[in-house]
Design a protein around this ligand. Structure first.
Ligand code: AMP
Length: 476
């Protein structure tokens, strides 16, 4: 393995990497940094946790230091959490440059963001929807001169999943210059990405991690075959065991729905496990706050839907539990990639029912690794089965009875997401519209009052001229 200086990076960047505790480049960095420095477009396909963020952050910073201006680089990424993570790496590595960055994601104040964009930061990290909104509504900034356009988790951005970014990407792509360097990074290589070589026009360099296995060797991948109704008991048992055997620990549990996420969180709290949740129906501020509490180990267990599956980098996570078997191998790869990051060891345990076995087979085929059975102590699980299931039912009832309005709100937000809208943005728009309506109403009332005053004055005036005027009917 080479070192950073042989990749063509400047000393100040190498020092900054050392400060961060990074001394040797990873494969994706070793292969992608030189062509990016040469000015070529690049498509990097590498395992999650392989250091792909630094693979684009480092050459961008080097180029920026040679010709600093704003806005120099635009990074697009599918989730808000990833945007913050990427911006953090830019900030840490770009500190000696006095790098100015700006994060443009939904759920945050648009006016503040517009002001920040107008200050021409060097790097903008954005989710497509919010950035497209700014482009549509504002002329106080321009991305016409950017040098780098980076699509992180490019497969997710370009595929039409539950959030379709196509329209927003069209707006953004029409606002960036044709002459630019385009970098696409992704953990999973899809047909869409293959076709995408056309977006990158600048002698594209394509690099794919040599290993066909898309999960790291340090990851011990396990499964437990269980009937659906015993799943929760296994979950409680696994957590208890892990808590008893380790001092410093943290676990991410992935589940398929927001409701399940809430119920499992309530249930595990009943067992006194320090649990917190993260799902797309939560308000953005709450999402960040919960993630921060988990990162700082205030809470040891994070229960999440797939919003947290991609790219999140929390080095201390030792275990990922899949409460449901992911329907797509790609989702499995992203989920288990939250542990065993940057050379550390980790375990993933997937709870598999008899109906999911075919899913496990397609996962195994994709990762070219056989999942091993986890040696769970069934007798211990059966001992807690009734208690766990009763607790779950209680939590379900509690959720249904106490959160009725919230559930309605959640359903509304869910519907908006399905329609490709940002619920936080819609809420803000509604509030702004309400504000405008109220202002209009106030204005109307004032006019009304003024007219009335004039009419009264007129009446008084008429009255002073003769009795007939008193019969004038004042209709307001
Ligand atoms: P990423 O794949 O970009 O999410 O990076 C995963 C983790 O690897 C992050 O915590 C990085 O700080 C870390 N990392 C990046 N480059 C290196 C490197 N060359 N050596 C060790 N760790 C690294």
């Amino acid at each position: 393995m080479s070192d950073f200086s042989s990749l063509g990076l400047s000393d100040w960047l190498i020092d900054q990497c050392k400060q961060m505790g990074i001394s040797k480049p990873t494969a994706v960095q070793e292969n992608c940094v030189p062509p990016i420095l040469q000015g070529r477009d690049c498509m990097g396909c590498a395992k999650t946790g392989s250091g792909k963020t630094a693979a684009f952050v480092l050459p961008v910073l080097q180029k920026l230091s040679e010709d600093p201006f704003g806005i120099f680089c635009l990074v697009l990424t599918p989730t808000r959490e990833l945007a913050y993570q990427i911006a953090e790496q830019f900030r840490v590595l770009g500190k000696p440059l006095g790098l100015r960055d700006c994060i443009i994601v939904g759920g945050m104040d648009m006016v503040t963001q517009a002001l920040e964009l107008a200050k021409q930061p060097h790097v903008v990290v954005a989710t497509p929807g919010r950035l497209a909104d700014h482009i549509r509504s504002s002329n106080t900034f321009s991305i016409k001169k950017i040098h780098f356009l980076i699509l992180d988790e490019a497969d997710r951005l370009l595929e039409q999943g539950c959030t379709d970014f196509t329209k927003d990407l069209e707006v953004i792509l029409s606002a960036v210059p044709a002459k630019r360097q385009t970098l696409l990074f992704s953990a999973t290589l899809t047909d869409t990405l293959q076709e995408l070589k056309s977006i990158a026009m600048n002698k594209p360099f394509f690099w794919e991690s040599k290993s066909e296995v898309r999960t790291v060797e340090e990851l011990d991948q396990r499964y437990i075959l269980t009937p659906e109704k015993v799943k929760d008991a296994y979950l409680v048992h696994l957590i208890q065991k892990f808590q008893d055997e380790h001092e410093d620990w943290s676990i991410i549990i992935f589940t398929n729905t927001c409701k399940n996420c809430q119920i499992l969180t309530m249930m595990l709290r009943e067992f006194n496990f320090p649990t917190i949740s993260l799902h797309s129906m939560m308000k953005q501020k709450q999402r960040f706050a919960n993630l921060a509490k988990f990162k700082s180990s205030v809470f040891k267990i994070l229960i999440a839907t797939d919003v947290a599956a991609r790219g999140l980098d929390i080095p201390t996570v030792q275990v990922v539990i899949n409460h449901n078997t992911p329907g797509l191998p790609k989702i499995y790869i992203h989920r288990v990639g939250r542990t065993a990051r940057a050379g550390r060891h980790g375990v993933s345990i997937t709870l598999v029912t008899q109906y999911d076995i075919h899913l496990v087979h397609s996962i195994e085929e994709q990762i070219q690794t056989k999942l091993k059975e986890y040696p769970a102590e069934e007798s211990e699980v059966l001992k807690i089965l009734t208690q766990v299931n009763v607790t779950r039912r209680e939590c379900e009832i509690k959720l249904e009875s106490t959160d009725f309005d919230e559930k309605k709100e959640i359903n509304k937000r869910k519907q908006m997401i399905l329609e490709g809208k940002d619920p936080d943005l819609e809420q803000k728009r509604k509030e702004e519209l309400e504000k405008i309506r109220n202002q209009k109403k106030k204005f109307k009332n004032k006019i009304h009052e003024a007219i009335q005053r004039n009419k009264v004055a007129f009446l008084v005036l008429l009255n002073s001229r003769g009795p007939r005027a008193l019969h004038i009917d004042v209709k307001l």
